[in-house]
Design a protein around this ligand. Structure first.
Ligand code: PBG
Length: 329
């Protein structure tokens, strides 16, 4: 690889001025690279701040226009919807997930009616925003039961597809759900609804602020280690991805993001498929707090995002997506 040697070879020559550096730049970011998560709440005319995520808000359906307009204006291709369900609507089996008048369903209908295909809408498939115990699946004798959970996830997927969701993103980590959801979608004439599988989703402490944002923090009993992956493992991520591709996933997600750049890179190299990265709430809040405290300057945001591109990600879910400076992009 290395030809020549010092003093004839001086790598600093390509870094001497800004134009020279631009010429040899290997990775850049544009608005096309982002997915913006949006939190939803009940009620009307509210834009509620989230104490654990400075700069991020929950919106009522009638205030969604404000943030969706902004995303479209910036050129962001897709938003991801996450509901904060009222506690009174949560129960053991998460039945609110199947209510066609739930927050997510109402938001999809509203956004698709108003914006058509100007922006893509992605929705999580999982039960945690709806269960009283905060888990992604159903519980029987203290176990998260896989196959019974999938039956509910299939119905949640069909409902969200029917409302107009463009991309379904199962984030539950049950075994075999991608294939079953794909089959059910195809049978109901939703062949064009894409599946973005959270294929390599780790049991991570970086999700803390998100659980606060969707209101599942206090209620979560135990942890998610029997279904989300052990962060000590990487071969296992490749097995998860291989299975999900076979079952019909169009794209796969690695989550969290920055601590798992090695996983993004190896999935990209091995499978050559669209790989997305999720810069999760804990990453967002750590970076934002450090900026607020002036421990680092705001350029760390751009640096953290370029890292995903360097690792091979096609797109990045980021809570910064709506506020990235045009100059940075
Ligand atoms: C739910 C879900 C989680 C996130 C996205 N979807 C949390 C979890 O699995 O507990 C986390 C996102 C973030 O931290 O920003 N299945």
């Amino acid at each position: 690889m290395i030809t020549g040697k010092y003093p004839e070879l001086r790598l600093r020559r390509n870094r001497k001025v800004s134009w020279a550096r631009k010429l040899v730049q290997e990775n850049t970011l544009s608005a096309n690279d982002f997915i913006l998560p949006i939190f939803l709440i009940d009620g009307s005319n509210k834009k509620e701040s989230i104490s654990s995520m400075p700069g991020v808000y929950r919106y009522t359906i009638n205030r969604l226009g404000q943030i969706v307009d902004k995303a479209i204006k910036k050129g962001i291709p897709m938003i991801a919807l996450f509901p904060k369900t009222k506690n009174s609507l949560k129960n053991e089996i998460g039945s609110e997930s199947l209510n066609e008048n739930n927050l997510v369903c109402k938001a999809i209908v509203e956004i698709k009616k108003r914006y058509k295909n100007q922006i893509g809408v992605m929705c999580d498939v999982a039960l945690d925003p709806y269960t009283s115990h905060g888990h992604d699946g159903l519980i029987k004798s203290n176990q998260i039961i896989n196959d019974e959970t999938i039956e509910v996830l299939i119905n949640q997927s069909l409902l969200q597809a029917e409302m107009g969701c463009d991309v379904l993103a199962p984030s539950d980590m049950m075994d075999g759900r991608i294939g079953k959801i794909r089959k059910a979608l195809d049978k109901s004439n939703f062949q064009n609804v894409q599946i973005l599988s959270y294929a390599a989703k780790y049991a991570s402490s970086f999700y803390g602020p998100f659980r606060d944002a969707v209101g599942s923090k206090g209620s979560l009993k135990g942890d998610k280690k029997t279904y989300q992956m052990d962060f000590r493992n990487s071969d296992e991520a490749l097995r998860e991805v291989a299975l999900d591709i076979k079952e019909g996933a169009d794209m796969v997600m690695v989550k969290p993001g920055m601590p798992y750049l090695d996983i993004i890179k190896s999935i990209k190299e091995k499978f050559r498929i669209p790989v997305l990265a999720y810069q999760v709430s804990g990453e967002y809040s750590l970076i934002s707090t450090a900026i607020q405290k002036k421990l680092v300057n705001k350029d760390v945001i751009y640096e953290s995002l370029v890292a995903f591109k360097r690792a091979g990600a096609n797109a990045i879910v980021s809570y910064y997506a709506d506020r990235l400076d045009k100059i940075l992009l």
